[in-house]
Write a protein that binds this ligand. Structure first.
Ligand SMILES: [Zn+2]
Length: 405
């Protein structure tokens, strides 16, 4: 009986302390009295939780609160000294690793390019070595590592931290959590990179966080992470969000990597955009001019297509206009399905959105049900680092959920 009551006591302390931390994470600076008023916890419970959190270096006092009579309280916020967190992303052709303090402020970051066709063991080892380097940086600054988060493009068994399949990386059945836990002796969290990015958008959204959002991202493929009522939606097997393979062209669409034709990602990824420009150029201009333009675009990528459209090129502008239509149509389908407060565009969509956002929003609104047309469509706040910062958020969320050891 005693151990049961001790467990219950720890559970209650964790719930209360987690509630205090959550308020400080999203609404700091707050005084103890503010926290008590906002959480409904009694003042002595808040004081005990704050005392524990200050002793653990997770919270610090930052100055006097405005006094309403009586002894003025002190304002509190999360402390950078609560520990360090490593976020990693293994992408197609790159590894991106960041280490932050407890306030998710970046201390160090390394983004390295690797060959598009690396030996698979090399890719995993390269990522692990960078994580090791990041942990050493945190330790050298006196910060205890709280954990490692990893985002990968592919199907992830989140419960076991295993990358089940990633055709784009050429990896399958890699038990990252077991491998990295054995090497680093820290908690490891693995998820699909779009899920990680979606979680980061929610977690770092502060007081303005949308509790339901869709994070849509493109690179080699197209996928999304879905947050519903403050929780990541993984689906039955953990594979929700593979929206790139929604059929958009019922007959005669381009062949997709999945073996079907007309998938959404055959219309809007950077590779698909270059392909569409090439096809139109080859139809519309002389062979020698077409060859020159194609060579230029293959080097310049989507940035080149956008720049060329900005300079008045009608072919590039027409292709991008169609891309905006296809993006808007797909986004409307997601909005009609999930009714999120916000749709966030990341990855290469951030580049495209800088030019196309108004056209994307116009197309999306046309296809949304009227009561859903006020849904926000915005750009990601973390740009190319959305997945690594999301990986950091996965670790922090776990610590904040159960801060009492
Ligand atoms: Zn497909």
């Amino acid at each position: 009986m005693r151990s049961r009551s001790t467990a219950d006591h720890t559970l209650v302390r964790n719930l209360n302390t987690s509630l205090v931390l959550e308020h400080l994470r999203t609404q700091a600076p707050l005084s103890r009295a503010d926290i008590s008023a906002r959480t409904g916890l009694n003042p002595s419970t808040v004081s005990n939780a704050v005392r524990y959190l200050i002793a653990r270096h997770m919270v610090r006092e930052v100055g006097p609160a405005t006094s309403h009579g009586g002894r003025p309280g002190r304002l509190l916020e999360l402390s950078p000294e609560g520990g360090c967190v490593v976020g990693a992303e293994i992408g197609v052709g790159f590894v991106n690793v960041v280490v932050t303090n407890f306030r998710a402020e970046r201390l160090w970051q390394r983004r390295v390019h690797v060959s598009d066709q690396p030996q698979h063991a090399d890719l995993s080892r390269r990522a692990a070595d960078l994580v090791d380097e990041a942990l050493q940086i945190g330790l050298s600054q006196g910060l205890q590592p709280l954990g490692v988060g990893l985002g990968v493009p592919g199907l992830v068994d989140v419960a076991h931290g295993e990358l089940v399949m990633s055709p784009n990386l050429g990896l399958a059945n890699v038990p990252f959590r077991d491998l990295w836990t054995a090497r680093f002796r820290r908690p490891v969290f693995v998820d699909n990179e779009a899920n990680a990015a979606a979680w980061g958008e929610y977690f770092f959204g502060g007081a303005n966080a949308a509790r339901s959002l869709v994070f849509l991202s493109t690179g080699i493929g197209l996928g999304c992470g879905i947050i519903l009522n403050g929780e990541l939606f993984h689906g039955h097997n953990g594979f929700a969000g593979e929206v790139g393979h929604i059929t958009m062209v019922a007959h005669g669409g381009a062949l997709c990597g999945c073996g079907k034709r007309g998938c959404w990602e055959t219309l809007v990824t950077p590779r698909a955009i270059i392909q569409q420009v090439k096809q139109r150029i080859e139809r519309e201009v002389t062979a020698s001019t077409a060859a020159q333009i194609v060579t230029f675009l293959e080097e310049a990528g989507v940035d080149g297509v956008i720049e060329t459209a900005r300079q008045g090129d009608t072919v590039c502008a027409a292709v991008l206009e169609r891309v905006a239509f296809w993006l808007g149509l797909g986004i409307a389908n997601l909005v009609n399905t999930f009714n999120p407060e916000r749709v966030v565009l990341g990855g290469a969509l951030a580049t495209l959105g800088a030019y196309l956002l108004p056209a994307i929003v116009r197309a999306a609104r046309e296809h949304m049900l009227p009561p859903l047309r006020d849904t926000q469509v915005v750009m990601s706040t973390h740009g190319a680092d959305a997945a690594v910062m999301g990986a950091v958020a996965m670790v922090l969320a776990d610590v904040l959920h159960a801060p009492v050891q």
